[in-house]
Design a protein around this ligand. Structure first.
Ligand SMILES: *[C@@H]1O[C@H](CO)[C@@H](O)[C@H](O)[C@H]1NC(C)=O
Ligand SMILES: *[C@@H]1O[C@H](CO)[C@@H](O)[C@H](O)[C@H]1NC(C)=O
Ligand SMILES: *[C@@H]1O[C@H](CO)[C@@H](O)[C@H](O)[C@H]1NC(C)=O
Ligand SMILES: *[C@@H]1O[C@H](CO)[C@@H](O)[C@H](O)[C@H]1NC(C)=O
Ligand SMILES: *[C@@H]1O[C@H](CO)[C@@H](O)[C@H](O)[C@H]1NC(C)=O
Ligand SMILES: *[C@@H]1O[C@H](CO)[C@@H](O)[C@H](O)[C@H]1NC(C)=O
Ligand SMILES: *[C@@H]1O[C@H](CO)[C@@H](O)[C@H](O)[C@H]1NC(C)=O
Ligand SMILES: *[C@@H]1O[C@H](CO)[C@@H](O)[C@H](O)[C@H]1NC(C)=O
Ligand SMILES: *[C@@H]1O[C@H](CO)[C@@H](O)[C@H](O)[C@H]1NC(C)=O
Ligand SMILES: *[C@@H]1O[C@H](CO)[C@@H](O)[C@H](O)[C@H]1NC(C)=O
Ligand SMILES: *[C@@H]1O[C@H](CO)[C@@H](O)[C@H](O)[C@H]1NC(C)=O
Ligand SMILES: *[C@@H]1O[C@H](CO)[C@@H](O)[C@H](O)[C@H]1NC(C)=O
Length: 713
């Protein structure tokens, strides 16, 4: 029973590893490995036999049926298993059987004896199943193998024990091509015992505890299946260098043995399939499976080595004939150095590559590309399932231009980078179930790729159902046939209880701004906020800005001027009404803080001299003229004179006038001269606010120039 479980388990593992082909269903000891076509009516007794078009099934009537009843009809397949036929002593036993019968299942009948020649009345018989709970021995075998026309003989689970070398010597004419001796405790086997069976092509020897195998020349042998034995060495296949013992062998299965390496020369010129599941390989040396040893090898199964593989050398396969490589369930960490990046060198014809159940986390794109480089042009199907992949890069798979099927289920992928599969122009099957993928968006797959996809598995992912999933929902609704696993996996929303993606409902308003529009809105909002902040800052520091601008503009011209060595630094021209401001605000700074010599009319005009002379004296003896504009200035006759005088004076001297606007003056209140000056000269506004004052004084200082700086220039 344990063996049965082990086999079922092995097959289940393999099956789950590639949802594609499980090469053969491993039958159990009792199982014939064959299933007759179904029956639809009772055809003997109340319920003893069931019949169909081609089948008569009288199995499992151990108490009631000790003979084969006459069913008065033709059939090809007779199931008489699990009855109580303990011995078949003459041909009359089969007298009631249809002469058209081709296959008889007689397993588990408690059979101890079968006489010679009992099958001679059945000209079309080709296959006999005699295994299970029967008690036959090797003495019965020569006559069974000699049944004319018999091609398949199955003798499983008979506990036959080791075969003696002379067992089949009495057979001089056997048509048997397929001989099944599984579960018979053969132990040690010398294959020369099979040599009398000249038409034998298939030998099945599962679960025989064979620890010792002597091979012999068998030119007709096509398939040798030695699954689940105790072989330590790869069978000897050369009789002498280059001469094969099995020139026609195409399938060799050595699954579940204890083979560690293939050291001896190999002579298997026709071998197409080599299966080495569950062996003890630790090192794969260069050229282990090379074209020199296996020139016809197409399928190579190196699976379930458990944690035994310690190193893989470059070019360990090195065989361009190989089209399928099954390297699943080896737990090999491809990111480590013991897996050389060139292991697949020479495998230029690989179409199917299963690398599932190994470790691909941390394998760089560079190593990945180098690993698969030899088969980039040929590869059709790749599996990287259960490989602990946490992410894939957009470029990882891009070079596999012939890829049609991609298996990456049961990894930890949380997203698919946009365009990761877009270069795979022939991709039609994409298996990504049981990852942590949260969403699929319109940009994940290009429209061209989507058009080619015919089968996509995405069940068991942690989908986040929100606005972002709506596009995918629409794709699922419009192309339900693509999502093959939907009806049994459901595509659940991870964030909403008991809701699948197609059933997920969201208020249309909630997503009215598609993600693109949302980005745009956020962008505009950000821009507005920044603009507003800048505006506020600018307003708060407007005076500083103006001072700075002023300095920048003035600064360029300032350097060209040279002090003329005047008596006054500044002549201040102002209206009488603004005298208070001049005395209390302006002079303390100009004279007190900046140490300028200032000429103001109320103090510095010489009495007795004509006012016009005073003005001209003062102006011509001052470096600068500071005009204090205000409505009063506009109305003051003398101010206007001073202004006009300065204007004509400025024609000769550059950069003399400095304008200060004490109060806002409407342009209609201004004189033509004032307007003319304002057009050509920037003015400095006075404002009581603290910042504004700071700016005013700063700008005024620059305008009047730092005398020291002037000297330096
Ligand atoms: C014959 O019948 C037995 C029991 O009903 C069944 O297990 C077995 O598979 C059948 N054999 C064939 C070849 O169908
Ligand atoms: C079983 O199938 C055969 C052939 O199709 C038919 O003739 C027969 O009536 C069927 N019997 C029953 C019980 O359906
Ligand atoms: C018998 O054969 C007929 C025609 O070939 C087919 O329709 C029917 O399903 C078969 N019956 C059974 C039980 O296989
Ligand atoms: C089988 O048949 C033999 C006689 O041929 C009988 O002694 C035995 O009890 C039967 N076994 C069963 C399980 O019916
Ligand atoms: C042939 O079948 C009939 C009835 O179906 C039965 O009575 C007879 O014993 C059978 N003959 C043999 C040799 O089993
Ligand atoms: C056998 O079947 C044929 C027709 O198929 C019928 O004529 C004959 O009577 C049947 N014989 C018996 C013994 O049932
Ligand atoms: C045996 O098989 C052949 C070919 O398949 C067929 O023509 C013949 O009717 C069958 N039955 C007998 C009794 O030979
Ligand atoms: C082997 O099979 C062929 C037909 O395929 C047949 O002619 C030949 O007799 C068989 N050989 C023996 C030894 O039975
Ligand atoms: C022999 O085995 C091969 C492969 O396992 C299979 O395809 C073929 O049908 C078998 N031949 C016979 C006569 O059973
Ligand atoms: C080897 O196989 C080929 C094709 O399968 C066949 O023609 C040839 O007869 C076989 N050789 C032997 C010795 O069986
Ligand atoms: C690509 O795959 C197809 C089969 O899908 C095959 O016919 C073709 O030869 C492959 N291309 C290369 C370069 O191997
Ligand atoms: C989800 O569905 C399951 C079974 O269909 C049910 O037992 C469970 O109460 C449901 N949960 C919610 C939150 O509806």
């Amino acid at each position: 029973m344990m063996i049965v479980c082990a086999i079922l388990f092995t097959c289940a593992l393999a099956f789950s590893s590639v949802k594609a082909n499980c090469r053969s269903q491993s039958p159990t000891c009792w199982d014939t490995g064959l299933q007759f076509p179904s029956t639809n009516e009772s055809c003997y007794g109340a319920d003893l036999c069931q019949c169909g078009n081609t089948t008569a099934d009288c199995s499992s009537n151990s108490d009631s049926l000790t003979f084969i009843p006459d069913l008065n009809r033709s059939y090809k397949y007779l199931n008489f298993s699990n009855n109580n036929v303990t011995s078949i002593s003459d041909a009359s036993f089969f007298v009631n059987v249809s002469r058209d019968v081709e296959i008889i299942d007689l397993h588990s009948n408690g059979l101890t004896y079968i006489a010679e020649g009992v099958f001679q009345g059945l000209p079309n018989l080709t296959a006999l199943y005699l295994g299970g709970s029967n008690h036959l021995t090797y003495r019965n075998l020569p006559s069974l193998l000699s049944v004319p026309g018999l091609l398949n003989l199955s003798m499983r689970c008979l506990n036959l024990g080791p075969i003696h070398l002379d067992t089949f010597e009495g057979v001089n004419h056997s048509d048997v091509v397929d001989f099944d001796l599984s579960w018979n405790h053969l132990g040690s086997l010398n294959m020369s015992v099979f040599q009398p069976l000249q038409n034998l092509t298939n030998i099945t020897l599962w679960h025989n505890e064979i620890y010792e195998l002597h091979t012999a020349r068998m030119p007709t042998l096509d398939t040798l299946d030695m699954e689940a034995n105790r072989l330590y060495d790869f069978p000897r296949t050369c009789s002498q260098p280059g001469m094969s013992l099995f020139p026609n062998l195409t399938v060799l299965s050595l699954d579940q043995n204890m083979i560690q390496c293939i050291d001896d020369p190999v002579c298997l010129p026709s071998l197409r399939l080599l299966s080495l599941r569950y062996n003890h390989f630790e090192y794969f040396a260069t050229n282990t499976f090379s074209a020199v040893r296996f020139p016809a090898l197409q399928d190579l199964e190196i699976m379930q080595m458990e944690n035994k593989i310690l190193s893989m050398s470059p070019s360990f396969i090195n065989n361009s004939a190989v089209t399928n490589i099954n390297f699943v369930w080896n737990n090999v960490d491809f990111s480590q150095d013991y897996v050389h990046a060139d292991i697949f060198q020479g495998c230029t014809g690989v179409r199917f590559l299963n690398l599932g159940d190994n470790i691909f986390q941390g394998v760089s794109d560079k190593k990945f590309h180098r690993l698969l480089k030899p088969m980039e042009a040929s590869l059709n199907i790749i599996s990287l399932s259960r490989s602990q992949l946490t992410h894939i890069s957009p470029k990882m798979l891009s070079r596999l231009r012939n890829l049609t099927e991609l298996y990456m289920y049961a990894n930890s992928l949380s997203s698919i980078p946009d365009g990761a599969f877009d270069k795979l122009h022939g991709l039609w099957k994409l298996i990504l179930d049981d990852n942590n993928i949260q969403t699929i968006s319109e940009s994940t797959f290009s429209p061209k790729l989507r058009k080619g996809l015919r089968s996509v598995f995405l069940g068991g992912n942690t989908f986040q159902c929100d606005c972002n999933i709506m596009w995918f929902q629409n794709w699922m609704r419009t192309s339900p046939i693509i999502f093959r696993d939907y009806h049994y996996r459901g595509y659940r929303c991870h964030n909403v209880n008991n809701v699948t993606i197609p059933r997920f409902v969201l208020n249309p308003q909630a997503c009215i701004l598609g993600s693109g529009a949302a980005t745009l809105t956020i962008g505009i909002a950000c821009f507005l906020i920044i603009f507003l902040v800048l505006l506020i800052v600018f307003f708060r520091f407007r005076w500083h800005v103006r001072l700075w601008l002023y300095e920048v503009c003035r600064g360029r011209r300032r350097r060209s001027r040279v002090s003329r060595g005047c008596k006054y630094d500044v002549f201040v021209s102002y209206a009488e009404e603004d005298a208070v401001w001049v005395q209390e605000e302006l002079l303390p700074v100009l004279e007190g803080e900046w140490g300028l010599t200032v000429c103001v009319h109320h103090r510095d005009f010489r009495p007795g001299k004509h006012i016009v002379d005073n003005i001209s004296d003062c102006v011509s003896n001052s470096e600068r003229v500071l005009l204090v504009f205000s409505p009063h200035f506009a109305r003051s006759e003398w101010c206007q004179f001073e202004l006009k005088y300065c204007q004509s004076f400025v024609m000769e001297r550059d950069d003399v006038m400095v304008l200060v606007a004490l109060q806002e003056t409407q342009s209609r209140d201004m004189t033509g001269a004032m307007l003319a000056v304002l057009r050509t000269t920037t003015y400095i506004e006075w404002d009581e606010a603290r910042d504004a004052r700071q700016s005013f004084w700063g700008r005024l200082h620059v305008a009047l120039d730092d005398p020291e700086e002037v000297q330096v220039v």
